[in-house]
Design a protein around this ligand. Structure first.
Ligand code: AMP
Ligand code: MG
Length: 320
C-alpha cells in the first residue's frame, strides 16, 4: 500500500476507535478486536460481536509503557523490569486498575490486564487514537484465534467497522499472562513469552492451572477448559497409531514423521521441530484442518519447554 493510503487507513482506524467503533487490529500474537477501553458502550460491542461471556475480561493495549498511569494505579519495580525486557511483546501484566477503566473491561474485578503489542501499525493507531484499547482475539467466542485478516473477515466480517490488514501474525499464540501482587508473580496463562525467559529475569513464578471441570466459572478468569476450539473433533495421542482410525482423519504434528500414510490431511508445524516456528503456524494449520471436511483430527503433544507449554495449553483446550 502506498504511504499516503496507509496513513489514511491508520487515521481512519484511530477515528473509528475514538468514535466508539470496533476495529480489527493486527498484533504479533493474533488479530485483536479493538475498542476504546475507557468507553463502556464501545467495549460492550466487543462482547456482542464475539458472543463472549461477560465473565471473561479483556486485555487493554497501550502504545507504550509510559501510558501505564492511564490504566493502572501503580507500576511496581518488577513490572518495570518485565516491561523493559518484554515490551513491546506478547506479555500481559495484571495490576490494580484506575477508576477510569469501566467494570465491563475487567468483568468487575479490581485489576486490569495490560500490554504493549509488538506491531508498528497497531501502536501507531493507538498513538493517533490516544486512548488505551481493549482487544480480545477477533474471533467468535471459543473458536480458533485468527492469525490473518482473512480469518477475521470469515468469522466476524459483518460485525466490525474496519479491519486493518497487517499481514499474518508473527508469534501466533496469545500473550503470556502474569498477575502481579507487589513483587509476587503468578502465571495465569502460558503464551508467547516462555516462562523460562521470565524466570531467568525475575526468579521463580507461581503457576495456576485451569480447572478441567468447571465450564461456568473458570479458575483464573477466562481460563475455560474448552477454548480455541476447531469444530472438528480433535484428539491428542502420545504416539501415532499404525493406521488412521478413519479415512477422513487429519493430523497435526510438530515435525515430519514416517507414520503419516493414510491420513487425509497432514499439517507439519516445523520441519526442524522449532517451537517458535510451530507457534506461528499453529492456529493457521488448525484452521486448514478444520476446513478440510474431516471427521477427526489427531495431534501429538509438544515438548513442555519454551513455547511448547503455550502450544500444549492451546492443544488441550482445542481437544476438550
Ligand atoms: P485474550 O484471550 O488474549 O484476549 O486474553 C484474555 C484473557 O486475559 C482472559 O480470558 C483472562 O484469562 C485474562 N485476563 C484479562 N483480564 C484479566 C484480569 N483483569 N485479571 C485476570 N486475568 C485477566
Ligand atoms: Mg481469546
Amino acid at each position: 500500500m502506498p504511504a499516503t493510503e496507509l496513513t489514511i487507513s491508520l487515521q481512519s482506524a484511530a477515528n473509528v476507535l475514538k468514535l466508539g467503533g470496533l476495529v480489527a487490529l493486527p498484533t504479533e500474537t493474533v488479530y485483536g478486536l479493538g475498542a476504546n477501553a475507557l468507553d463502556a458502550r464501545a467495549v460492550a460491542r466487543i462482547f456482542a460481536a464475539k458472543e463472549r461471556p461477560f465473565f471473561d475480561p479483556l486485555i487493554v493495549h497501550l502504545a507504550d509503557v509510559s501510558w501505564w498511569p492511564r490504566v493502572v494505579l501503580d507500576f511496581p519495580p518488577v513490572a518495570e523490569l518485565l516491561a523493559k525486557h518484554f515490551w513491546p511483546g506478547p506479555l500481559t501484566l495484571v495490576l490494580p486498575k484506575v477508576a477510569a477503566i469501566p467494570d465491563i473491561v475487567t468483568s468487575g474485578m479490581p485489576s486490569v490486564a495490560i500490554r504493549v503489542p509488538d506491531h508498528d501499525l497497531t501502536r501507531e493507531i493507538l498513538r493517533r487514537a490516544d486512548v488505551p484499547v481493549a482487544a480480545p482475539s477477533a474471533n467468535p467466542f471459543g473458536r480458533l484465534s485468527p492469525t490473518t485478516a482473512e480469518h477475521v473477515r470469515q468469522q466476524l466480517g459483518d460485525r466490525v467497522d474496519l479491519i486493518l490488514d497487517g499481514g499474518p501474525c508473527r508469534v501466533g499464540v496469545e500473550s503470556t499472562i502474569l498477575e502481579l501482587h507487589g513483587d509476587e508473580v503468578v502465571c495465569l496463562r502460558p503464551g508467547g513469552v516462555p516462562l523460562e525467559a521470565i524466570e531467568s529475569l525475575i526468579g521463580p513464578v507461581g503457576r495456576i492451572t485451569p480447572r478441567d471441570s468447571d465450564e461456568q466459572r473458570p479458575a483464573a478468569p477466562g481460563m475455560l477448559a474448552s477454548h480455541y476450539a476447531p469444530r472438528t473433533k480433535l484428539m491428542i495421542v502420545e504416539d501415532l497409531p499404525a493406521a488412521p482410525p478413519t479415512s477422513r482423519t487429519g493430523l497435526l504434528i510438530l515435525q515430519p514423521s514416517d507414520r503419516t500414510r493414510g491420513y487425509a490431511q497432514v499439517e507439519v508445524l516445523s520441519r526442524d521441530g522449532d517451537l517458535i516456528e510451530a507457534a506461528s503456524n499453529f492456529f493457521q494449520a488448525l484452521h486448514r484442518l478444520d476446513q478440510a471436511g474431516l471427521d477427526t483430527i489427531l495431534a501429538t503433544p509438544f515438548p513442555e519447554t519454551g513455547l511448547g507449554r503455550a502450544l500444549n495449553d492451546r492443544l488441550k483446550r482445542a481437544a476438550h
